[in-house]
Design a protein around this ligand. Structure first.
Ligand code: SAM
Length: 290
């Protein structure tokens, strides 16, 4: 089977199986070998690694991964792609293809079955319609993951990497940065895919942290504060938190906590760093202690 990372071989295999792209599955297949090389290098895949690939499509990146990794587990939701993958990956004996929805896959069990419970590397050209749930699930659940190197919508990559003061800064930035160190590896234009997406893309590597960068007694409270502040982005932090139904602090408690951090009463949530949200959670959490 010739390598797939070019338009001619991709079209050939798609025609052979009379495959039609499913928009609802976010199917935009990579047709650029330079981009594939960049992703594999950024992920730092070696023969010691077990790689989880989310959405192998026709197996373009899977072939590359199988060359570099010890084992590849590829989870694909579209049953129509399974016979294609059988053909395109036939030459490899280190790939397991599972016809499943990644949001319902037990990744802990996969790591135990294929990697002795050791952390896996996640590599993918993600289906964009579920980028955030996939990434947050990998970061928040305690599944053993070493790093996540994925193609995402450019705007989403920017949101994950940015800090206070940027229009892209939000709850996703803070959640990702609490669990991982983000690094944008490359921007990727629409002509590297078939069919072309109508947004720009970027490869981002999230290296899972062994320890969070801030100490906070109640991370769940911190994330509730973060979500409440960004749900009402144009409001002051004080009003955003005061209006939030999922929080039960009085306006006085909120005002006092904000003041004790040396912040102006008019400050907006989008101006606060992760450290400041952690400190705010500590102050407000103290009020809840018996
Ligand atoms: N890796 C291929 C490539 O780069 O050419 C395909 C990438 S395409 C952007 C996304 C892939 O994810 C598609 O093959 C799609 O069918 C698959 N997919 C979509 N939703 C999924 C889900 N919930 N679980 C597993 N795979 C999914």
């Amino acid at each position: 089977m010739p390598t797939l990372g070019n338009p001619r071989n991709t079209i050939e295999i798609l025609q052979k199986y009379d495959f039609t792209f499913q928009k609802r599955f976010g199917q935009n297949f990579l047709i650029d070998t330079h981009v594939l090389d960049k992703i594999i290098r950024a992920a730092g895949v070696t023969k010691d690694d077990c790689v989880l690939e989310i959405g192998p499509g026709i197996g373009t990146m899977t072939q590359y991964l199988a060359e570099s990794a010890g084992h590849v587990v590829a989870v694909e939701i579209d049953a129509k792609l399974i016979p294609i993958l059988k053909e395109t990956l036939a030459a490899y004996d280190n790939i397991t293809v599972l016809n499943e929805d990644i949001l319902k896959t037990d990744i802990q069990a996969l790591s135990e079955a294929y990697n002795g419970g050791r952390p896996v590397k996640v590599v993918a050209n993600l289906p964009y319609y579920i980028t955030t749930p996939i990434i947050m699930n990998l970061l928040e659940s305690n599944v053993p993951v070493d790093n996540i190197t994925v193609m995402v919508q450019k705007e989403v990559a920017d949101r994950m990497q940015t800090g206070p003061g940027s229009k892209d800064y939000g709850a996703l930035s803070l959640a990702v940065q609490y669990y991982a160190e983000p690094y944008i590896v490359a921007n990727v234009p629409p002509n590297c895919f078939m069919p072309r997406p109508n947004v720009g893309s970027a490869v981002i590597r999230l290296t899972k942290r062994s320890e969070p960068p801030v100490q906070v007694s109640d991370p769940d409270l911190m994330f509730r504060l973060i979500r409440a502040s960004f749900n009402q982005r144009r409001k002051t932090l004080q009003n955003g938190l005061g209006n939030a139904a999922e929080l039960s602090f009085s306006r006085e408690e909120i005002a006092a906590a904000i003041e004790s951090l040396g912040l102006a009463p008019t400050v907006r949530g989008e101006a606060l760093s992760l450290e400041q949200f952690a400190a705010l959670a500590e102050r407000l959490g103290e009020n809840r202690k018996p």
